[in-house]
Ligand binder design. Structure first.
Ligand code: ZN
Length: 1021
């Protein structure tokens, strides 16, 4: 036979585009449109419906960026379209085109259709433009259309240029001119047969595209499509569409092969809680997406929808209660399925230990209390890498499965597994799945299903994967076209077998077919988006400060409640926690959102800090009484300067200067106490730092520590997200000082250094405490560079093959060498409050108060011979960046960042300094000290939180963990009257059996802790 594949395919494409797609809307009729423009922030429906509307002509411009226009659309449905007169195989719908652009759903204008009595019907978006016209809902008593469309003029922020600075990321800068023109607001007669034929054609044409051209099946499908083309008369498509369907029915009926990959298609909508839009818009995105889903569920009883983020349900509950009740009903039916169990789909690199635990606690408690459901998986398809602390936290929150696909974005290495056990730093493991489809926004096209099957790495041992389908990032969700694709690929030769499913059903099936999957141990580092540890430094600082203030506020408020009977501000704390948890969302804390989002986050953090300071002050006032003595309060987990951990003490005398006086030495200075001796050169660099007990030098000979380095930082693709490896090859050492002198710092004398470069200036204070081994360096930057990365370097005379970095409830080791492609790709890493490098018997820690990005590399000495490799290790902190997209002014202005060089430090010292730097002693005036609520007799076991129970019972909850990666035996003693102590999960539910009943010795609880184990104790009063 002659090969006519190309001709037939071209004919099929033209037929589909020029005849079949237009034939779906058999006829349209205009309606009357009137409009009212808000001219500001969104308003409730009641305000909008009461406004005065003016007639609005199709084709007219509307919507300056971020504004809202309400359209009131009214008119008759033609009599010959409705009731008994309606042509067979048709239905009537409203069709709306707000002036949609080529950008995808969720990245441009969107609308919400409301009935006049304030019920949300459905959203209108590109590729999902219809509103069903159902009697009694979208039609009035006379069968006339009467709807309001709340149209959001959300701009397409990148406009196709993802690296170009844009003014669209804030109301003030986005311009006064309308950016859309209303194209369509029609009532339409939909030809159902033509629509079905279109879905048939898409499914089969997809098979032709993905199957090898040499396969009998591809040829058979193409011939069937050709028969369809012959059977359908483009001049009478309505009359011949059924014949066309009949022609391809046998090709659609051919069953899948026995070995076909099995796909669980789970309806989903990835809705970024903020990103290229502010959170206020996400509130409306949720309403739009969820109403789309409910509308789809009305049409198809088999559709199930996986929906994460308690925050998003909570928004809908608050702003759209009627919609929320309908969601709740579908949740009860098991169709609208809460997944993930977290407050938001948070970043997992940067949230602190307690905060990451609280993501799960706040999320799960919401799902259980408001929806009666406890999700059993952690669902994070899009976060930028996964902390090795997560498996334990997931398990302790009662979750045993984990889903992501983001690691498929790796720029260098490919994850070897799609279904596997993931084991964390403590040895806990969760059953994990990476959908091999490599997207969380699938449309179930043949290409995507084929990709899932081709890439699935567990072939031969297992054969099932999950495909999340539905428009996402900016929401939108699944469409009826996607469901139609799932129906047609349910059992279709040449395609994976697709089943409409849900997350739990998938995990049950995957576990059942794959008893012994491989194990991945430790963090799942994303080889991409390495700039997210550093971009938007003020947002990061706000997070770090908030986390520690929350700890203080909970500790002192709980202590005041137990010791004095003061009220515990549970509702306030819950509200503040929720703000902090929201801002850990995977585009806020990582710094990858528009200006609007980050300025709002900064304001929120300031307000959170103000309220938490108030709570702390009130609690301490109640605890220490009225008086004029100086009282030092220590919220940290270690005793400090004579004040017990978690307690407060009245001081006999006010504390003197906290820092040593720098002594001139040549042109530089020596800072010295009993523990360390530090030499600062005339330009403010640390050229020597000696541990006096051992005589060991910490600074690499000939090198300068506290060296500021400026890099050109222009990544290829995602400005705010990425640091590309080539940044290292464009470096300027900022060695020159404008001035260096002894000055008076916050707690005593310091060496103060001023540097100027570009349009920026940096002032640093170097201070050594009277009795500590940490040289404290406070860096104040007035930053006006663009596309630059500012690093602070400490070249250390320590030969370390691996570096240790704090993560949540423990730490990870990472190689400092680049032997493998995995090591090479890990050129920028995240750490929490400290990093540490060491040799046996000697180590150095660098602690910080708000920095997350680091790089730690092997370093040769300046005078190294040919025979000498790396003698030292350089620790560098990534202080600031200045990406220009999506916030063109990211990181401009003033910053303050503090770090500490701790000479002669073990891991235990690193832990101690990390806490001390982030939880400074609080000096207040009062009458007496405070006895800690709980004491722990082993410094390896660290108290991370002391609070009252979430259930309002007044029980005290203490969360602690083993901090060194070893075994520990600790006596934990509650110092107040109590009835019992139980070990609980993160949600404060007692663990079953012996695990829940710790050994006791009098008042003390005896804990046998395993490496990095997290234990939650519930002390019943
Ligand atoms: Zn996302």
């Amino acid at each position: 036979m002659h090969d006519t594949t190309a001709r037939t395919t071209a004919r099929l494409e033209r037929f589909t585009r020029d005849w079949l797609e237009p034939a779906v809307l058999r006829e349209t009729r205009p309606l009357d449109v009137a409009a009212w423009t808000v001219g500001g922030e969104p308003v409730p429906f009641a305000d909008a419906v009461a406004a005065t509307y003016a007639p609005f002509a199709l084709g007219s411009p509307w919507g300056r960026p971020w504004d809202t226009t309400w359209f009131h659309v009214t008119g008759a449905v033609p009599a010959e379209w409705s009731g008994d007169a309606a042509p067979a195989g048709t239905r009537v719908e409203l069709v709306v085109d707000l002036g949609f652009t080529g950008a995808g759903p969720g990245f441009q204008a969107e609308g919400t259709a409301w009935t006049p009595d304030g019920r949300i019907v459905k959203a209108v978006e590109p590729r999902n433009q219809h509103v069903p016209l159902v009697a009694g809902q979208a039609l009035d008593a006379d069968g006339r259309v009467d709807l309001y469309v709340e149209a959001a003029a959300n701009p397409d922020v990148p406009g196709g240029a993802w690296t170009r600075p844009t003014p669209m990321g804030a109301w003030e800068t986005s311009g006064p001119d309308p950016i859309y023109a209303l194209r369509t607001m029609h009532v339409a007669l939909v030809d159902e047969t033509a629509w079905e034929l279109l879905q048939d054609v898409r499914a089969l044409h997809g098979l032709v595209r993905v199957l090898p051209g040499t396969s009998p099946r591809a040829a058979e499908v193409l011939r069937a499509l050709e028969d369809m083309l012959d059977a359908v008369d483009p001049d009478d498509l309505a009359g011949t569409a059924a014949a066309g369907r009949a022609a391809i029915a046998p090709a659609l009926a051919a069953p899948a092969t026995a070995s076909a990959h099995r796909v669980h298609a789970v309806g989903h909508a990835h809705i970024d809680s903020a990103w290229l839009w502010p959170t206020r818009e996400t509130v409306r995105k949720c309403a739009r997406t969820f109403s789309n889903v409910l509308s789809l569920m009305d049409e198809d009883p088999d559709v199930r929808f996986a929906c994460s983020s308690a925050q998003q349900y909570s928004w809908v509950q608050e702003h759209f209660p009627e919609l929320f009740e309908r969601i709740r009903e579908r949740v009860r039916e098991g169709r609208f399925v809460p997944v993930g169990g977290m407050w938001v789909e948070s970043d997992t690199n940067m949230p602190g230990g307690e905060a990451l635990a609280r993501q799960l606690v706040a999320g799960k408690r919401y799902f259980i209390e408001e929806l009666g459901v406890e999700p059993k998986e952690v669902w994070l398809p899009d976060s930028f890498g996964y902390t090795a602390a997560l498996p334990q936290l997931a398990r302790l929150a009662g979750s045993d499965n984990f889903l992501t696909q983001k690691i498929s974005w790796n720029d260098t290495n490919r994850m070897p597994h799609h279904t596997f056990w993931w084991e964390g730093i403590d040895g806990s493991r969760v059953f994990t799945h990476f959908p091999p489809v490599d997207t969380y926004n699938s449309d179930l096209s043949a290409e995507e299903l084929d990709r899932a099957e081709r890439q699935y790495a567990e072939k031969g041992r297992a054969n099932t994967s999950l495909v999340p389908f539905g428009y996402g990032d900016g929401g939108g969700g699944p469409t009826r076209e996607m469901v139609a694709a799932a129906r047609r690929t349910h059992d279709l030769e040449g395609s994976p077998r697709v089943e409409l499913s849900d997350s739990q059903t998938f995990f049950d099936a995957a576990r059942a077919e794959y008893a012994d999957p491989a194990t991945w141990t430790g963090e799942m580092y994303l080889e991409y988006h390495r700039g997210t540890y550093t971009s938007q430094a003020r947002t990061k600082r706000g997070n770090r400060r908030s986390e520690h203030l929350l700890r203080e506020a909970e500790l002192w408020a709980a202590t005041a409640a137990v010791r004095t009977g003061a009220d515990f501000p549970a509702a306030r704390l819950q509200r503040l926690w929720r703000t902090v948890l929201l801002q850990q969302f995977h585009d806020i804390l990582p710094g990858s959102s528009i200006a609007w989002v980050h300025r709002e986050a900064e304001r929120n953090y300031a307000e959170v800090a103000r309220e938490l300071e108030e709570i702390v002050a009130e609690a301490l006032r109640a605890l220490i009484g009225e008086g004029d003595r100086t009282v030092a309060a220590n919220a940290g987990p270690f005793a400090r300067d004579g004040v017990a951990a978690l307690g407060a003490a009245a001081l006999d005398a006010p504390r003197g200067a906290g820092t040593v006086a720098p002594v001139a030495d040549g042109d530089g200075w020596v800072l010295e106490n009993d523990l360390v001796r530090v030499v600062v050169d005339p330009d403010g660099h640390v050229v020597s730092a000696v541990d006096r007990a051992s005589g060991r030098e910490a600074v690499l000979p000939g090198a300068k520590a506290n060296l500021l380095q400026l890099h050109r930082d222009v990544p290829n693709e995602w400005e705010a997200w990425d640091i590309d490896e080539h940044y290292r090859r464009a470096t300027t050492d900022l060695v020159a000082a404008v001035k260096a002198e002894v000055a008076e710092g916050a707690s005593g004398p310091v060496v103060r250094v001023l540097r100027e470069f570009g349009s920026s200036r940096v002032e640093q204070d170097l201070a050594l405490p009277v009795d500590g081994r940490g040289l404290r360096i406070t860096t104040r930057v007035d930053w006006h560079e663009r596309q630059k990365l500012l690093k602070l370097a400490f070249p250390l005379d320590v030969r370390a093959e691996r570096a240790t970095s704090e993560i949540q409830f423990g730490h990870v080791h990472r190689p400092t060498h680049v032997n493998t492609s995995w090591d090479h790709a890990r050129f920028e890493t995240v750490a929490h409050r400290w990093v540490h490098v060491g040799e046996p018997g000697f180590g150095v820690a660098v602690a910080n108060d708000s920095t997350y990005g680091h790089d730690i590399t092997r370093t040769r000495a300046d005078d190294a011979t040919d025979a000498q490799g790396a003698r030292g290790t350089t620790v560098r902190l990534s202080l600031l960046r200045a990406p220009k997209f999506p916030d063109p002014d990211a990181d401009q202005g003033e910053h303050e960042l503090t770090c500490e060089l701790v000479v002669g430090a073990g891991i235990d010292d690193a832990v101690r300094h990390g806490y001390a730097l982030n939880l400074p002693e609080r000096v207040v005036t009062g009458d007496h000290g405070v006895e800690p609520l709980v004491t722990v007799d082993d410094d390896a076991v660290v108290v991370e939180a002391v609070k009252l129970a979430e259930d309002g019972s007044g029980d005290v909850v203490v969360r602690l963990y083993e901090s060194r990666g070893g075994r520990a035996r600790a006596r934990v003693t509650p110092a107040f009257a109590h009835a019992s102590v139980e070990v609980t999960d993160l949600l404060e539910r007692p663990l079953a059996g012996a695990a829940g009943a710790p050994a006791r010795d009098g008042d003390a609880v005896l804990l046998e802790m395993t490496p990095f184990q997290v234990v939650t104790l519930r002390v019943r009063r």
